[in-house]
Ligand binder design. Structure first.
Ligand code: HEC
Ligand code: HEC
Length: 447
């Protein structure tokens, strides 16, 4: 494994966390069941406890304090209802699914860089809506990831946590954010959320699943909401079906096209795409690849003027070092770093990168190819006509930007990726969309 680092200053040598064995159940369910929350038999068939990444600290959340012990299937069904219910928002018109559209890998429904929310649905967000798929084994955030498969002593730096900056530790902790955020669903309190559930058509279902007294304690009822949402977000059929053409290829039941094969080779080649350095593409310990190492990196994405917050020239979204996450403020070596997203189903997404600056997969891959060799194509010029490379980062943080291949070539020089490589990589990325079905080779016999 090539040793790679985010920054010299950070003092860690490599940043590839361990790819976790594929668990049929997500981390939350594993802990929920271990804590006695649900009967094992009622969970998804073939559940394996491998890969649970939640820590012991999570156990109190999952301890069953309800009148009944809901099964995973009941929780997931209720979570699905909640996820699609616009009635859970202050505006009455914004569901989780309004921003996380299942037709687009549970990412942005349209090409807008940021979505609007709030009680009046006029409050713009500050980041692009990420896909919610393939997050079932996301490790909790840590500043020091140690790869237990390889050199145990190598600190790979920060990894894990949900949101672009890793600031939420779990899907249930995460779900609090949109429910209560002023620019998302904008509920004034967790009790306000519970009141909405109480009046919803599915209140009776809630009582059936959690016990008749579930609404007596508002805190407990809010926990029920979060647990149901989290369980739904770990439902394999919706969120991690592993049903792409590439998965069929890995299973040995499909062949990649010539372009897809060349794309995979360029994607993996350390001297060309070097993409697998952060978006691992190979099976590991029998686990299907997630196409993210859950680590953090600074790519130096161009500033996106379509984000209203960026109208203020002093506003910078610096990811790991803030301002949305506060605990690592002042850690200069972390400024500009965002969590590496999965590339599975990226071809279904309509906005890319944390600031939604790109709208076509081709453009993202071309940006990797040309960021350093042709920066004038990607960054605006200042009054003096100079290209403002890395214009979404204050100058003092630009040294954090990744410079290893495919980056690091000089302006005007030759990219590590040819035009053909770019096209082939895009073809390969398209083979990562779920729901692939082999073309029928022989016609179905007529009845
Ligand atoms: C107004 C649009 C909007 C709504 C509504 C919304 N989200 Fe999000 N969601 C976002 C954005 C934007 C982010 C990324 C924010 C960040 O990184 O700071 C996000 C991030 C997430 C993440 C983390 C994903 C990752 O890759 O780290 C999860 C999980 C999530 N949302 C679940 C939900 C759930 C559950 C609901 C409903 C209770 C919901 N969201 C409602 C916009 C929305
Ligand atoms: C140094 C680690 C690293 C390498 C190498 C890398 N990526 Fe990424 N990739 C990231 C990070 C981090 C992001 C998110 C950056 C941001 O939002 O600012 C990202 C985002 C993306 C996205 C957008 C996904 C989304 O949901 O918005 C695509 C597509 C992508 N990478 C493809 C590639 C390809 C193709 C290559 C090889 C040419 C590659 N990456 C190499 C770390 C890496």
């Amino acid at each position: 494994m090539p040793a790679h680092r985010v920054t010299a200053a950070a003092g860690f040598t490599s940043r590839r966390p361990r790819a976790r064995p594929r668990a049929v159940l997500g981390a939350a369910l594993v802990v929920w069941m271990a804590a006695g929350g649900a009967r094992a038999g009622s969970a998804a068939a073939g559940g394996s406890a491998a890969g649970g990444s939640a820590t012991g600290d999570e156990t109190p959340f999952y301890l069953n304090s309800f009148g009944k012990t809901p099964s995973a299937a009941e929780l997931s069904a209720l979570g699905r209802t909640l996820f699609f219910d616009p009635g859970l928002s202050a505006s009455g018109s914004l569901a989780c699914a309004s921003c996380h559209d299942p037709a687009h890998a549970f990412a942005s429904p349209d090409a807008r860089a940021v979505q609007r929310g709030g009680a009046d649905r006029a409050q713009p967000g500050v980041r692009a809506v990420p896909s919610l798929m393939y997050e079932q084994n996301m490790p909790p955030f840590t500043e020091h990831f140690f790869d237990s498969d390889g050199d145990d002593s190598a600190d790979q730096g920060p990894a894990g946590g949900t949101l672009w900056d890793g600031r939420a530790q779990s899907a249930h902790e995460q779900a609090r954010v949109p429910l209560l955020s002023a620019f998302e669903m904008a509920n004034s309190s967790s009790a306000a959320v519970v009141d909405k559930v109480l009046r919803a058509p599915y209140a009776a279902q809630f009582r059936r699943v959690f016990g008749t007294g579930v609404f007596d304690d508002r805190g407990l009822a809010f926990k029920a909401v979060l647990l149901a949402l989290e369980t739904f977000e770990e439902s394999p059929d919706d969120f991690y079906p592993y049903s792409s053409k590439y998965d069929a290829f890995l299973r040995g039941t499909a062949a990649l096209s010539a372009a897809e094969q060349r794309g995979l080779a360029a994607f993996d080649d350390p001297a060309r795409g070097n993409c697998a350095r952060c978006h691992p593409s190979a099976m590991r310990e029998g686990a299907f690849p997630q196409f993210t190492d859950f680590g953090f990196a600074a790519l130096g994405a161009p500033r996106n003027p379509a984000i209203p917050a960026n109208a203020n020239p002093r506003y910078y979204d610096l990811g790991l070092c803030g301002p949305l996450r506060a605990d690592l403020a002042g850690r200069a070596e972390y400024c500009g770093l965002f969590r590496t997203p999965t590339l599975r189903n990226a071809a279904r997404q309509r906005v890319f990168l944390h600031n939604g600056v790109f709208h076509r997969l081709e453009d993202v891959v071309r940006f990797y190819a040309e960021r350093d060799t042709a920066p004038e194509k990607w960054y605006p010029r200042n009054a003096k006509g100079e290209v403002m490379k890395f214009d979404d980062l204050p100058p003092r943080y630009r040294k954090n930007v990744d410079e290893q291949p495919p980056f690091g070539r000089r302006a005007g020089g030759q990219s590590t990726l040819s035009d053909a490589d770019v096209r082939d990589i895009v073809a390969f990325l398209r083979a990562l969309s779920d729901g692939w079905a082999p073309a029928r080779t022989s016609p179905r016999p007529s009845p």
